[in-house]
Design a protein around this ligand. Structure first.
Ligand SMILES: CC(C)(COP(=O)(O)OP(=O)(O)OC[C@H]1O[C@@H](n2cnc3c(N)ncnc32)[C@H](O)[C@@H]1OP(=O)(O)O)[C@@H](O)C(=O)NCCC(=O)NCCS
Length: 168
């Protein structure tokens, strides 16, 4: 592994780290109902989100928070599932990514939006300690709006973290 710190003060724009991952859902991913196992989808969401965060930070990252994974529709075996992850917010060492999941039936082209969730990652230095990440450059009003919403979500998470009852 290259241990050279990759920190750069130059801001990176949202599109620079966007990740799109498409996977065909095969029979090994089935749950007992014959649809795709939700845990497999969560794993791929995390992989897409972590890849976007690593692309931005150019460092190893760990997942520190997930909110929230709702399964709106079942995903069927044979569907092509596309995970799109992009950064919405960065702090000093943390990054929030928005992960959107679309499932497409390849025979009809019908596409279903099955999930959107926000995963937070922390960049790590070679000693496993939180490390600073580059600023995020916002280039559209939509990215600005995502940033504001993400900032409010992060403030809420940190308030929860400070609440003793949440550590039960
Ligand atoms: C992530 C981890 C390194 C953070 O360590 P820590 O001692 O809490 O470090 P800090 O308090 O300096 O926090 C680091 C960053 O995480 C953020 N953070 C910490 N807890 C958080 C939470 N519950 N929600 C959102 N962000 C959080 C902090 O706000 C800070 O971000 P900032 O630098 O942008 O302000 C540590 O909690 C850890 O190792 N957790 C386990 C991660 C893991 O194993 N994940 C699953 C497998 S990938």
């Amino acid at each position: 592994m290259n241990d050279t710190p990759a920190r750069s003060d130059a801001a990176r724009h949202v599109g620079e780290s966007r990740v799109t991952l498409s996977m065909l859902m095969g029979p090994t991913e089935a749950n007992l109902n014959g649809n795709v196992h939700g845990g497999y989808i969560m794993r791929l969401m995390d992989e897409a989100g972590a890849s976007a965060a690593m692309r931005h930070a150019r460092r190893q990252v760990v997942t520190v928070a997930v909110d929230q994974v709702l399964f709106r529709e079942p995903i069927h075996l044979g569907d092509l599932v596309t995970f799109t992850a992009e950064l919405t917010y960065v702090g000093r060492t943390s990054m929030e990514t928005r992960i959107e999941v679309l499932a497409q039936n390849l025979f009809t082209s019908a596409t279903t939006h099955t999930n959107t969730a926000y995963f937070v990652y922390v960049a790590l230095d070679p000693n496993g300690k939180p490390a600073p990440v580059p600023p995020l450059e916002l280039t559209t009003p939509e990215e600005q709006a995502q940033w504001e919403a993400a900032k409010a979500r992060q403030a809420y998470r940190l308030a929860q973290r400070r609440t003793p009852a949440s550590r039960a």
